[in-house]
Ligand binder design. Structure first.
Ligand SMILES: [Zn+2]
Length: 175
């Protein structure tokens, strides 16, 4: 669990740097973190690619060049989660040269099942990172204090899938 805390801490740092640089995404009701900008600021190039459906994303380190490949056929919320997850691998798992994610990163049950035996702790960390990056705890708290309490409303405000938001609210002890 220590590693998960490290992952969350890394994400909080990235969020705070991002908000400092670009300001808060505050047209009211909009809490969407721009993951493409986050990647760009970290020197990572995001490329959309026509992967097969079971392939969510890939992280590639080529000398000094860093790439995230994301499946262009997936829905926007899923692409955002994939990019956030791959940024997590980039920041947390420096030893990885090429990292493939052949599963639906947004559905934790699938991730835990599919990644068993591969390197599930790295996947748990990358997902904890992605959750905090896309749905920062502090912003969720604020939203809920402001009275936005439906899972659908929160999912829309943060531009994530309803499943991802439900899982996040469970982890934050709201559900
Ligand atoms: Zn992964």
């Amino acid at each position: 669990m220590r590693e998960k805390r490290v992952a969350v801490k890394a994400a909080k740092k990235v969020v705070s740097q991002h908000l400092k640089k670009h300001g808060r995404p505050t047209t009211s009701g909009n809490y969407k973190i721009n993951v493409n900008k986050v990647a760009k600021d970290l020197g990572v190039t995001v490329v959309e690619h026509d992967f097969s459906d079971d392939m969510s994303g890939v992280f590639v380190r080529e000398g000094d060049s860093l790439f995230i490949g994301v499946n262009e056929n997936h829905p926007p919320t899923r692409k955002r989660f994939t990019i956030a997850h791959e940024i997590g691998h980039f920041l947390l798992h420096a030893e990885d040269v090429i990292h493939h994610d052949n599963f639906d990163l947004e559905s934790p049950s699938v991730v835990l099942y599919r990644s068993e035996g591969i390197n599930s702790s790295a996947e748990v960390e990358a997902n904890a990172f992605a959750a905090e990056l896309l749905m920062p705890e502090q912003m969720i708290d604020e939203c809920i204090e402001e009275g936005k309490t439906s899972i659908e409303g929160l999912a829309k405000a943060f531009n994530v899938s309803i499943d991802a938001m439900r899982y996040r609210l469970i982890n934050l002890n709201y559900l």
